[in-house]
Design a protein around this ligand. Structure first.
Ligand code: HOZ
Length: 428
């Protein structure tokens, strides 16, 4: 496969954009190659500027659960755009999407739309602090909640991929207000939450960690988190930016039957347009301005194009067999990956829940940040390059997830499995 045009575009991009990208992982540094530049996408495929086609397992990092350019979503966006792209005023379309989310997500009684997952998480934390009158945020090592100051402590995603321990520019005083503890460790969790010297406002968690690769909650972990936070009056925030409308129509909280106080959403609820949202108990949400004193605002919040795309996407997800079919497809694909690992003798650990999965290049179980860090990232990098060269578009980092979409056909997945076998054989 030739990538000459992408190569030229990357050189051009680097003149104007730091690192040539608008989000660090896209620079592909940890997989030892330059990024391909995508010009269009349809269904399960993305196409690069050189005309190459790839089966897409990145799915725009989650939103494209229906695949790309779904006609219903494109139609909804085109119709909305014809009526104006932004008003900075209330619109009927935001009520429609808000009502659908409130109906779908068990713990959400009221919701506020913002423009990204980062905005959602930072606003939810401010709200939790305002509501409780306390300052400290507890998070989990390797979980990623966007790039707001409070979260860049032992964070996942690009921070982990690029090996950045924290970030210059985050004031020490803010770091002191964030406590990061191991994921899936009930003992440390209980000790931390019961520490009377800590003035804990909230715990924020990805109910399935998706930014150190896919790491599932161990049985009982989310339940313990819920019961402790409830007992201690600490606000529990689920960051469901990835898992919302992904694991089930009601998200991870429905899937695991554990209900948080606040939930952050993004990705799928925007149907591929920039969106974020946070919602939860009315008693807490009513603390937001103008009803309450906690301030948060946004010119493009509730943008009519994003609302139209999100509403169209959610309608498609309401099909009665949507999630069971997606689960079955993902399960078969996961089994195929495991069979290849066994047959070729390449040690991998497959972590999968629903249509989210990561094959870690390690022979030890991956249950937290430390075990994820044992993965052989050089092996992943070589595998990534093999797969890219044959038309399979994976996340350019061992510490991200692969997404299965409704658009991937059995043939697409069979092709990916065949090439995985070829790649693994070459790795030995
Ligand atoms: N932090 C995102 C994945 N977990 C990457 C987003 C992007 O590069 O678009």
């Amino acid at each position: 496969m030739k990538h000459a045009v992408s190569g030229k575009l990357f050189s051009e991009a680097r003149k104007y954009i730091p690192g040539g990208v608008n989000s660090p992982v896209r620079a592909c540094r940890s997989v030892g190659c330059d990024p391909v530049f995508i010009t269009r996408a349809k269904g399960a495929s993305v196409f690069d500027a050189d005309g190459n086609e790839y089966v897409d397992f990145v799915c725009s990092w989650g939103p494209m659960i229906m695949g790309h350019s779904h006609p219903d979503i494109v139609d909804a966006v085109q119709k909305a755009a014809a009526d104006g792209t932004s008003f900075g005023a209330p619109t009927p379309s935001e009520i429609e999407l808000a009502a659908m989310v409130v109906e779908a997500v068990p713990s959400i009684e009221k919701i506020r739309f913002v423009n990204s997952g980062t905005e959602a998480t930072m606003s939810a934390v401010r709200l939790a602090r305002g509501y409780t009158g306390r300052d400290v945020v507890v998070k989990f090592d390797g979980c990623y909640h966007g790039h707001a100051d409070s979260f860049l402590v032992k964070a996942g995603s690009g921070v982990l991929t690029l090996g950045i321990p924290g970030s210059p520019g985050v004031p020490e005083d803010i770091v002191k207000k964030t406590v990061s503890i191991p994921y899936n460790n009930e003992e440390v969790l209980e000790k931390t939450l019961r520490d009377e010297d800590l003035d804990i406002a909230c715990v924020i968690v990805e109910p399935v960690a998706g930014n150190m690769g896919c790491v599932m909650p161990q049985p009982g972990f989310l339940e313990k988190l819920r019961s402790l936070t409830e007992e201690l009056g600490i606000v529990l925030i689920f960051d469901e930016v990835i898992t919302g409308f992904r694991l089930s129509y009601g998200g991870a909280q429905e899937y695991y039957n554990v209900l948080p106080d606040l939930t952050c959403l993004g990705k799928i609820i925007g149907g591929g347009l920039p969106v974020g949202a946070y919602g939860g108990k009315a008693e807490i949400m009513d603390q937001i301005a103008p009803d309450g004193p906690v301030y948060q605002a946004g010119t493009l919040s509730g943008n009519p194009l994003a609302m139209a795309a999100g509403t169209a996407a959610l309608k498609l997800l309401q099909h009665s067999t949507f999630y069971t079919e997606l689960e079955r497809k993902a399960e078969r694909f996961g089994e195929g990956l495991q069979a290849i690992a066994v047959a070729t003798g390449v040690s991998t650990q497959l972590n999968r829940v629903g249509s989210l999965m990561t094959s870690f290049f390690t022979d030890e179980k991956v249950t937290d940040f430390d075990s994820a860090m044992k993965a052989d990232t050089d092996l992943y990098a070589a595998h990534y390059r093999h797969m890219l060269s044959r038309g399979i578009y994976l996340a350019p980092s061992q510490f991200e997830v692969a997404f299965i979409s409704a658009a991937q056909s059995e043939e697409d997945l069979a092709k990916a499995l065949k090439l995985t076998e070829w790649s693994f054989t070459k790795l030995l």
